[in-house]
Design a protein around this ligand. Structure first.
Ligand SMILES: Nc1ncnc2c1ncn2[C@@H]1O[C@H](COP(=O)(O)OP(=O)(O)OP(=O)(O)O)[C@@H](O)[C@H]1O
Length: 394
């Protein structure tokens, strides 16, 4: 995967930006609040159609543009995938709705053809490294599910569609449960939504179980290397349905569906009383263990950071194995956080991949060798200019 050109219009602080990207490794350097992270956000949006930092899409539309009745933020990328050139355009549109409101929606064009997000996700793939990514281990189950979803949507065919259908089923089922909680309707009305939930949810559980196993294989190997064989990293997937992965021998669709149906029977009373779906993949969790101790509860800062690096490098390798393509690596101020040894490992992965974009406020943290292989772009007040082009990609 190689990004050749990026064009932004009314995206965050960039009212207009055109970048011809020739290098394999790009370092975006600039002071704070100049737009470096926003650039990575735009590129990552092309991979997932979700921001890693904004709660709502409208936050990405330039403030001044939002003063207009119709405001459009546009990201256009030209990239190579599997040796073929592609063009993706994403428009985030805020438009008026009667009588006096606004709504935000997005439009996606892949090679000139309008597509939905679910059918386009994965056409351009990227992995993001952020200083705050330790939240995946230390934060809430929601952070961990988000991590899984972002990775699986890009690399597992059909997962993005299931995720979007599942979320629709949950909304409709919750509305019915709320009605039942208020004493209207009959529990028999749940049968249809239970079938939908079990059918889509079981596919998601299977995909997650398999992906976590594969990610764990990569992560534990990398973690042994990063810790000089001192620490064994394992990742445990904990589905919210009554399914103990440690004891279930072979995980088939039937095994998962039976567990799901039984779980729904067990919680039906509670669900009707609370008016909400309490069991299913939207309540799944992950656990990260280091030498069998849960890192979320007992990990030191350094241990969590190293485990995160192993996990993210595993995600890169897993995505390559799944899709045959290296994802574009996006590193937001990540190297500064790492010691020399771990920095070297990350730089090694960068050398293997097709392309990496890094942000920094300080070029001194990079080795001379790394700098020679990088093209340096200066980001200043929403403008980006090449400061030094590498000669090593020629
Ligand atoms: N929708 C928007 N419209 C205009 N400007 C915005 C919008 N959203 C954010 N900004 C501004 O963009 C600026 C750049 O933010 P960004 O996080 O990309 O900078 P950065 O160079 O990565 O900074 P740092 O090094 O501090 O992380 C901020 O000053 C922010 O206020």
């Amino acid at each position: 995967m190689h990004l050749n050109r990026l064009s932004l219009t009314n995206f965050r602080a960039f009212s207009r930006l055109e970048m011809d990207i020739t290098g394999r490794i790009l370092v975006l350097v600039g002071d704070n609040a100049q737009g470096k992270t926003s650039l990575l956000e735009a590129v990552y949006y092309l991979a997932t159609f979700a921001s890693f930092q904004a709660g709502a899409d409208r936050q990405m539309i330039n403030f001044e543009a939002l003063n207009e009745p119709l405001a459009v933020a546009r990201i256009v990328a030209e990239y190579d995938r599997g040796g073929h050139p592609h063009r993706m355009e994403v428009r985030i549109i805020q438009e008026p709705v009667m009588p006096a409101g606004t709504r935000t929606r997005k439009e996606i064009l892949l090679d000139g053809v309008k597509k939905s997000a679910a059918e386009t996700v994965g056409q351009f793939s990227a992995v993001i490294f952020l200083p705050q990514m330790t939240r995946i281990i230390e934060g809430s189950p929601d952070d961990r599910r988000k991590f899984l979803n972002m990775a699986l949507c890009q690399a597992v065919p059909g997962y993005a569609r299931n995720l979007s259908d599942y979320s629709r089923v949950i909304t409709r089922r919750n509305a019915l449960l709320k009605m039942l909680a208020e004493g209207h309707g009959s529990p028999d009305q749940l049968i249809y939504w239970n079938n939908q939930l079990v059918s889509i949810g079981s596919e998601m559980v299977l995909a997650r179980a398999l992906a976590v196993k594969q990610l764990e294989a990569h992560a534990s190997r990398l973690h042994l290397r990063l810790t000089g064989s001192m620490e064994r990293l394992s990742i445990r997937y904990q589905p919210a349905i009554d399914l103990d992965l440690a004891v279930s021998e072979e995980l088939t669709e039937d095994v998962v569906k039976t567990a799901f149906v039984n779980s729904l029977k067990r919680v039906q009373g509670e669900e009707i009383a609370r008016g909400v779906t309490v069991c299913g993949p939207h309540r799944d969790d992950l656990h990260f263990l280091c030498n069998d101790l849960d890192l979320g509860d007992f990990g030191s800062r350094g241990q969590v950071r190293t485990a995160m690096l192993s996990l993210k490098l595993a995600e890169v390798n897993w995505m390559k194995a799944q899709t045959g393509e290296w994802p574009v690596l996006l590193l937001d101020e990540t190297l500064a956080e790492l010691d020399l040894h771990r920095r070297a490992d990350l730089q090694e992965t960068l050398q293997e991949c097709d392309q990496g974009l890094l942000t920094t406020t300080d070029l001194h943290q990079f080795s001379d060798e790394f700098m020679a292989a990088s093209t340096i772009w200066r980001v200043s007040a929403g403008c980006v200019n090449v400061e030094r082009q590498t000669t090593m990609d020629a």
